[in-house]
Every structure is written in structure tokens, then in C-alpha cells.
Ligand binder design. Structure first.
Ligand SMILES: *Cc1c(COP(=O)(O)O)cnc(C)c1O
Length: 391
């Protein structure tokens, strides 16, 4: 007999009964400091009173009508996102990969709509992650994602991050867009240099390509800006958002400039649940909190404090820790020991973190973190490292 639950995950043998702010309470009776935030999702922490109130209020009104009818929460959220970003229009869906799927379809539709259906290829980057659908695993192009799933969807050309000459060389008459994560999240918090981001924008302008940013992990405040493209002083044509957008309620969004949005005519794309009233109620509350005066400054400040603390830990534990990288509260701690060893040791110490590529553990705490929790984390990290050093 196999377990009734499909074995595609390997979760830690721990479940949680309740969450509050920066902490989760385990069914083992222990309290855990949450530096994983459900993979950069619970950006406002657990059971944030305003998110709970928004969800409960909507739950007592109407849950679902699909897009057969107007959903006022969608119009409201779209307006907020348009006002706060480069975008002229927003499409709502339920997850990250769906936001990327919409982005990829928008790229193709835009060129087809404007008389260039031959332009459909997208340049993407090695070590990227864009989700687990057939299109998004093809976009990322990593063998470990593609293995066993048959013919790979056509239309993606992969180049290394940081090598602008290779990007140029990959452009053909069929190229429609360049798609990149401003920080390669699953890839181990590899920050793409702002100069490279600007060079990509310039290439897109010169060759009439669309710039697509996957900000599913970097977006919604994680890096100390609402979206990470702001650090590079550029704007994309299309941007995908999810994760923190719903603060734990499943939702995704694909934002686009006017010329692209116009190509998405009635019937061209859609989703039964996309932009459902419950998701919209919560996401509106998330955006309201994050766009309040001082919220993003707090993220940047806490990011600096955490990084300073981590730099000290790297100095104290050179056998265990190698390097700190990241922006804001999107931080990677590259390990000298196997990253899982440190992750498990931290778990023993009551701290949750997330694994990343390149032997990194990702530190993705809720953005509401304060200095006391940063100090608590650094002490636990010191203890964990010391125990690893002593074998
Ligand atoms: C998490 C993530 C995705 C996929 O999101 P899902 O909601 O898991 O489908 C895509 N791109 C990036 C950069 C991500 O971090």
C-alpha cells in the first residue's frame, strides 16, 4: 500500500496548529520563528488582523461568481496596482505559474495581434525558476524540472545571467521577449546586477522586444520596494506577481503596459477562479498595508539589520557559512556545509528557513519583522553553527 497522499513532496515531520505574526505553533507543542514564510508568501506574518478581517467579511458575503459577472474587488485591486506600478492593466489568476503562463501568452498574443505572429520566442536565463506547468518548466529550461515530462514546449532560448553578449547573440527575427527574475530566488538568491537589468531594457527597446519580469518572489515588498525592478530604475512591459500578493491566500496577477493589454481581447484568456472575491478581498488588504507610509522603508531597514547580523555570523563561523547575499528581506545564506544540515539544525532550534539552489538557505521572514526577532534569529543561528562545528 502506498500513502493516500501523493509522494511528490518530502515535508518535514511537523505540522502547525496556529500562527501569529512571526511565529508558528507546532503540533509538537513548540513555537517556531518563521523565516520561511511559506516560501516568501506570508509577508504580513500569520493571522494579520487586517487580512483576517478582510477574508471573514468577504466570506460572509459572496465567495464566488466567476468572471461571468463583474467582481468589484478586481477593479479595485487592478486600480491600486496600476497606480503603484508601471502597469496600465492587471489580470488576476490563482498562482505564480498561472501568472507566468498569462505573461507568456500575452507576449505571443501581442505580436500576433500587431501583425508579427512569427515573433514568439522568449529569451530566458539559466538557473531560473518560473513554475511547474509545461510552459514554465520549458521557460526555465532546467533538466531537473523537465525530466520525464516528454517533449519540451518550443520557443525558449536559454542564456547565462549577466552575459549581455550572449543575450544579443540569441536575438533572432523570431524573438519576442526577454524574461527574467530580478533575483533568481529558487536559484539561490542570485541578485541580477542593476546594470544588466538596464542593458536588457535597452536591448528590448532597440529590438522591439517585450521585457517580462517574473516578480513572483521578489515582488510585493520583499526587496524593500513594492517591486524589485524599481532598484534598477527601469520598467518592464509585463510583470508576474503571486506569493506575497495574497499573504497566504492563493492569488496571482499579470500586469502589463497598455499596448500589450490591448491585445488581450475578449475570450483570449481566462480562469474560472481567477480574481475570485475572497482572493481579491485579501489581496486588496495586503496592498493597502504595504502601500502605507513607512512600510517599505521598514523592510529595507530590517533587511539591513539582518544582513549586518548575518555578516557577523559569517565572520564567527567561517567553517559553516560562506556568504550573505540578497536585497531587503530576500536573503540567501550560502553554506560551506551542506545547506540541509544547517536548515535541519535551525529547525531543531525552533527556526524555519527554506532551501535554495547553489547550497543556499533562504531567509524569507515576514516583512513585519522587528529587531527583537532578528536578534533571536542570529542567536539561534550562532548556536546551530557552533553545534555543526563541534560535529
Ligand atoms: C514560486 C515561483 C513561481 C511559481 O509560483 P507557484 O505559485 O508555485 O506556481 C514562479 N516564479 C518564481 C520566481 C517563483 O518564486
Amino acid at each position: 500500500m502506498i500513502p493516500a497522499l501523493l509522494s511528490n513532496y518530502a515535508p518535514a515531520d511537523l505540522a502547525f496548529e496556529k500562527g501569529e505574526g512571526m511565529y508558528l505553533y507546532g503540533n509538537d507543542g513548540r513555537r517556531y520563528l518563521d523565516f520561511a514564510a511559506g516560501i516568501a508568501v506570508s509577508a504580513l506574518g500569520h493571522a494579520h488582523p487586517r487580512l483576517v478581517a478582510a477574508l471573514v467579511e468577504q466570506a460572509n458575503k459572496v465567495w464566488h461568481v466567476s468572471n461571468l459577472f463583474r467582481i468589484p474587488g478586481q477593479e479595485e485591486l487592478a486600480k491600486k496596482l496600476v497606480d503603484a506600478t508601471f502597469a496600465d492593466a492587471a489580470y488576476f489568476c490563482n498562482s505564480g505559474l498561472e501568472a507566468n503562463e498569462a505573461a507568456i501568452k500575452m507576449v505571443r498574443k501581442y505580436f500576433s495581434f500587431t501583425g508579427h505572429p512569427e515573433k514568439y520566442r522568449i529569451i530566458t536565463f539559466e538557473n531560473s525558476f518560473h513554475g511547474r506547468s509545461l510552459a514554465t518548466i520549458a521557460a526555465a529550461g532546467q533538466q531537473k524540472l523537465l525530466e520525464g515530462f516528454g517533449p519540451v514546449m518550443e520557443g525558449f532560448d536559454h542564456v547565462p545571467v549577466g552575459d549581455i553578449e550572449k543575450v544579443k547573440a540569441a536575438i533572432t527575427d523570431e524573438t519576442a521577449a526577454i524574461m527574467i527574475e530580478p533575483v533568481l530566488g529558487e536559484g539561490g538568491i542570485q541578485v541580477v546586477a542593476p546594470e544588466f537589468m538596464r542593458a536588457l531594457r535597452k536591448l528590448c527597446d532597440e529590438h522591439d522586444l517585450l521585457l517580462v519580469l517574473d516578480e513572483i518572489q521578489t515582488g510585493m515588498g520583499r526587496t524593500g520596494k513594492l517591486f524589485a525592478y524599481e532598484h534598477a530604475g527601469i520598467t518592464p512591459d509585463i510583470l508576474s506577481s503571486a506569493k506575497a500578493l495574497g499573504g497566504g491566500f492563493p492569488v496571482g496577477a499579470c500586469l502589463a503596459v497598455e499596448k500589450v493589454a490591448k491585445a488581450m481581447t475578449v475570450g483570449s484568456h481566462g480562469s474560472t477562479y481567477g480574481g475570485n472575491p475572497l482572493a481579491m478581498a485579501v489581496a486588496n488588504a495586503v496592498v493597502d498595508v504595504m502601500t502605507e507610509e513607512g512600510f517599505l522603508d521598514h523592510v529595507a531597514e530590517m533587511g539591513n539589520h539582518l544582513k549586518q547580523g548575518l555578516a557577523g555570523a559569517v565572520d564567527r563561523h567561517p567553517e559553516v557559512l560562506e556568504e550573505v547575499r540578497g536585497i531587503g528581506l530576500h536573503i540567501g545564506l550560502k553554506c560551506k556545509v551542506e545547506n540541509t544540515l544547517l536548515l535541519n539544525k535551525l529547525l531543531e532550534k525552533g527556526v524555519l528557513t527554506a532551501k535554495g539552489g547553489d547550497n543556499v538557505i533562504r531567509l524569507l521572514p515576514p516583512l513585519i519583522i522587528e529587531d527583537t526577532e532578528i536578534s533571536e534569529f542570529i542567536s539561534r543561528l550562532d548556536e546551530a553553527c557552533t553545534e555543526l562545528e563541534n560535529g
